[in-house]
Design a protein around this ligand. Sequence first.
Ligand SMILES: Nc1ncnc2c1ncn2[C@@H]1O[C@H](COP(=O)(O)OP(=O)(O)O)[C@@H](O)[C@H]1O
Ligand SMILES: [Mg+2]
Length: 377
Amino acid sequence: MAEAGGLRSSDRAGAAPSEDTVLRPHAEQQFADELALLAEHDDRPRPSGWRLSPWAVTTYLLGGTLPDGGVITPKYVGPRRLMEVAVATLATDRALLLLGVPGTAKTWVSEHLAAAVCGDSTLLVQGTAGTAEEAVRYGWNYARLLAEGPSEQALVPSPLMRAMREGMVARVEELTRMPSDVQDTLITILSEKTLPVPELGAEVQARRGFTVIATANDRDRGVNELSSALRRRFNTVVLPLPASTDEEVDIVARRVEQLGRSLELPQAPAGLEEIRRVVTVFRELRSGLTADGRTKLKSPSGTLSTAEAISVVTNGLALAAHFGDGVLRAADVAGGIVGAVVQDPASDRVVWQEYLETVVRERGEWRDFYRACREVS
Ligand SMILES: Nc1ncnc2c1ncn2[C@@H]1O[C@H](COP(=O)(O)OP(=O)(O)O)[C@@H](O)[C@H]1O
Ligand SMILES: [Mg+2]
């Protein structure tokens, strides 16, 4: 229970949450009530090491109403089948790879899956070009290593090693950004379910319940291609962009409402109309076609993902709440939209100006938005 100098031990035993002041609670903290409610009603068989049955995990992800009227909010909005495949994969001995373009909720789904399956989403390895093998296997406390030589006490386990020991879900973010040799460290772990520690002449054998959820970005393809040996150890689920404008508006509205609450923004009702406009602009530019299918457009270099739409609207709400009359208006989102679209000052600006003058200007009901964009463009 070390809590020295404001540092909270990340050992599960010491992780007593004080959610009220934490900027971003983990999924299992934020949705503790829903998880408890589901566990109470869940009488289906649970794979060993799981907190909930696959059915309950899926309900946690997609939302639903329980027999006693309890409501589970949807976390993921999209095809049910994808979540069923993801959850079923975790119930086998195969690992799960969530693949997709940026902002398709890969990280989000991975966190919620881990929270629902094992009650802990924090056993996380972040993949970067600089991720070292120690981050995947284990490292050493050098002071102890020098003083005592290699010993169990001098060993610093990676999140993966801890997940194996305790039969939990380990998360690997941005798998394909890691150097290939580091990625390949996962092969033994995933196929043999063991992690040798030659220095101690020992090994850690994974307990039941251990599994890995990795995420990888479609756009990174070719950076560090996943080796075929590793790919075979994963079941891949590709997360799509939201299918329709309505679906995307729904996702953005939900997340903005949640974020606004946790950021303690004065509760302005986020105008659905304004959100719809942001989503429409993003979708049209992303697909290179106006919503009515009549006009072809050039696409800017940025991704214009749902995640970016969420952040444009959240920023807009902060502007409206603190400097406006509390109602989200065109002027509150215009700056954010232009910022998201114009990433490359040269080429994207041309794309944006063309869109503004040929599409936005022609829409009668978008006059306020056109004027607001002209001011910031
Ligand atoms: N289909 C979706 N359902 C629910 N939330 C979504 C969806 N698509 C995107 N989001 C939201 O977008 C945000 C960013 O998602 P994130 O998981 O960081 O994307 P990725 O890891 O795929 O780049 C999250 O806040 C998530 O809630
Ligand atoms: Mg991510």
